[in-house]
Design a binder for this molecule. Structure first.
Ligand code: FES
Length: 174
């Protein structure tokens, strides 16, 4: 009997072939049936284009701030002057202390999400930083909280320099 089983393994029968073929067809059918579902989990081109925001820095003069939209949120981009950089490097901020060097990738450019970390209002631009109109939180030109109820500094979004005068806000690796 054992001898017969050995020979069966060496010489697959028509039944073995049909079993294997049926399994393969069923597997392919399952993948085919699931494909639309798998595809539906991929982001559409529309979503991908909104996931990142490309910004031309060339139009922002030294000392000026521009607000752009990224994923439905305002992002402040401040072209800092040498004087502003020196002022920011002279302190570590207020209640959420951190060195200015850790707040920027390039000293002249500050990029922060423009939502107050207290309750999410959009702070207004002042020469010395930003003032939240809702409850008076004050942020400096490094986006660090100086006073008011906001607990933390303005958030830094992910971004990268595409060139000296262009940044991409958001993570383009999906
Ligand atoms: S939301 Fe900005 S201080 Fe309250």
């Amino acid at each position: 009997m054992l001898k017969k089983e050995k020979s069966d393994v060496k010489n697959p029968t028509r039944r073995d072939f049909l079993t294997t073929a049926t399994g393969a067809v069923a597997g392919a059918g399952l993948v085919g049936a699931c494909w639309p579902f798998i595809q539906s989990m991929n982001p559409t081109m529309d979503v991908l284009s909104k996931a990142t925001t490309e910004v031309d820095l060339g139009v922002i003069k030294p000392g000026e701030s521009k607000t752009v939209e990224w994923q439905g949120k305002p992002v402040f981009i401040l072209h800092r002057t040498d004087k502003q950089i020196d002022e920011m490097r002279a302190s570590n901020g207020g209640k959420d202390p951190i060195e200015d060097e850790k707040r920027v990738d390039v000293p002249n450019w500050l990029v922060v999400v423009g939502l107050c970390t207290h309750l999410g209002c959009v702070p207004s631009r002042k020469e010395e930083g930003w003032l939240c109109p809702c409850h008076g939180s004050v942020y400096d030109n490094s986006g660090r909280i100086l006073k008011g109820p906001a607990p933390t500094n303005l958030e830094r979004p992910p971004y990268q320099f595409l060139s000296e005068s262009k940044i991409l806000i958001g993570n383009n690796k999906v």
